[in-house]
Design a protein around this ligand. Structure first.
Ligand SMILES: Nc1ncnc2c1ncn2[C@@H]1O[C@H](COP(=O)(O)OP(=O)(O)O)[C@@H](O)[C@H]1O
Ligand SMILES: [Mg+2]
Length: 255
């Protein structure tokens, strides 16, 4: 379980996160919603160790830790990240994009001849994950040759390639048409079943996200104003959270 305790983050005078505390269960799939600029992406980056909190801790209980006091002999938890807008490398092939975290993490060194066993294994692993997202056939292509939905699938494969304990997906359906967005949400649900990592999804598209997640966190004014399982969403939110959510989600048609 991942435990966030009183996370604070400011940029200059902008106190974005003001004591965020929550947990992400092992193998759980959690959604984060909140107004634009609320700090959802910042929170994800802190979870992903891309940004450092000013105060507060993130620990992985019963396992390796992400942050906090160092546990001797234990490495960092592995985290897979799909950044907002995918952020693929246009100069690399699809396969190289997916394999990048393996090589970057030094798990599979690129030898001079590119013929080491480790390199081959890394590329095989990347290919396997690419097949799992339905893009095995496109491994040689470059990101610029793919549709938006396919690029997003490459980003998801890259987030999974290290067999992470925690997968962070920032706006995985952003900018996609409704059909492509549906395909991506279904794929995320399928991959979650298959690999069973903890997953955190940030999305504006509540209508598509809510059926795929087990729990919803709502980030308001720098802290978590709602933390509820989807089953009792309607009963457990404040009027303010409800009024925010109802601009994006039709409660009368939920169920
Ligand atoms: N690297 C940064 N430098 C300065 N301000 C930042 C930085 N990253 C985010 N912010 C600010 O933090 C706030 C939250 O941003 P963000 O997490 O991207 O919001 P959202 O909830 O829409 O994802 C915004 O006011 C944004 O301008
Ligand atoms: Mg964002």
């Amino acid at each position: 379980m991942f435990v966030l305790d009183a996370i604070h983050k400011s940029y200059g005078q902008n106190h974005v996160l003001r004591g965020v505390s929550c947990t992400i269960g092992e193998g759980e799939i959690v959604g984060i919603a909140g107004p634009s600029g609320a700090g959802k992406s910042v929170l994800l980056k802190i979870l992903g160790n891309v940004e450092q909190p000013d105060r507060g801790t993130i620990r992985q209980v019963n396992g390796r830790q992400i942050k906090g006091e160092s546990l001797e002999g234990e490495g960092l938890a592995s985290v897979g990240f799909l950044f907002q807008e995918s952020a693929l490398f246009d100069s690399l092939s699809v396969l190289e994009n997916v394999a990048f975290p393996l090589i970057d993490a030094g798990k599979y060194h690129r030898s001079e001849a590119e013929e080491s066993v480790e390199y081959e294994q890394g590329m095989q692993k990347a290919y396997d994950v690419l097949e799992a997202v339905g893009l095995g056939h496109a491994y040689k292509k470059h990101p610029g040759q793919l549709s938006g939905g396919m690029r997003r699938r490459v980003g998801i494969a890259r987030a999974l390639v290290c067999s992470p304990d925690l997968v962070l997906l920032d706006d995985p359906t952003g900018g996609l048409d409704p059909v492509a967005a549906r395909v991506i949400m279904d794929l995320i649900a399928e991959l979650h079943q298959r690999y069973k990592p903890s997953v955190v999804i940030v999305s504006h598209d509540l209508r598509r996200m809510l059926p795929s997640v087990e729990r919803l966190l709502v980030l308001f004014d720098g802290s978590i104003s709602a933390d509820t399982s989807i089953d009792c969403l309607e009963d457990s939110i404040s009027p303010r959270v409800r009024s925010f959510l109802s601009t994006r989600y039709d409660f009368s048609r939920a169920g």
